[in-house]
Design a protein around this ligand. Structure first.
Ligand SMILES: [Fe+2]
Ligand SMILES: [Fe+2]
Length: 202
């Protein structure tokens, strides 16, 4: 399987920008480290990490066109915010272009941008690794999220979602950069906030 990961990585090197490729390697090894911590297959995490942004080289417009071509349903929010579709198209490519059959890996690619309620460990690992990998621009709270990722993955996911949404919480419609929030992200926030509250608020 690791040979297959290397092969996919090599193919992506010529597709992705240098910056995106370096980020991809960062996600691969961060996901592998988290997989060791949470007893998930290191190979699966490496593959999902390498593939997570495999469709992130199209313009928003082209992402919409490609999804239409492959009959991938797009929500109104996705049509207004085409970048969200790199996850959906990426999951499709993981299967069709890169020959991945493991549905868990495909799903981890599918939900790496928005998250969703009740993520599997692999999904949560890729969602988190995408946010904390070493090449990410340092954000004010990143050190705490990086540490928490190796202590309590649910809490790390909650912290990421909490920082992604503005302080309006579940009624938020836009993230801190003013981008529209996908409903999966809001649902995920509600789900992980409940876990957080049960743990920390008596
Ligand atoms: Fe992405
Ligand atoms: Fe990414």
């Amino acid at each position: 399987m690791l040979e297959k990961v290397e092969e996919v990585q090599e193919r992506l090197k010529s597709k992705l920008s240098n910056k995106r490729f370096i980020h991809t390697i960062g996600v691969r090894y961060t996901a592998a480290a988290l997989a060791m911590r949470y007893k998930v297959s290191v190979e699966d995490a490496s593959m999902a990490g390498v593939l997570h942004d495999c469709a992130k080289y199209f313009s928003d417009e082209d992402l919409i066109k490609k999804c239409a071509k492959h009959n991938l349903d797009c929500s109104d929010i996705e049509l207004r915010n085409g970048f969200l579709l790199h996850s959906k198209l990426g999951a499709y490519y993981a299967k069709k272009k890169y020959g991945v059959q493991n549905e868990e890996i495909i799903s981890a690619v599918r939900y790496h941008t928005t998250g969703k309620p009740g993520m599997s460990l692999l999904e949560a690992i890729i969602f988190t690794a995408d946010y904390i990998e070493p090449n990410r621009k340092p954000l004010a709270h990143i050190d705490e999220v990086r540490r928490m990722a190796f202590v309590d993955i649910d809490e790390a996911v909650y912290n990421i979602l909490d920082h992604t949404l503005d302080y309006l919480g579940e009624s938020a419609k836009h993230d801190r950069s003013g981008r529209e929030i996908d409903t999966h992200t809001i649902d995920a926030f509600v789900y992980y906030k409940k876990i957080h509250d049960e743990k920390f608020i008596l």
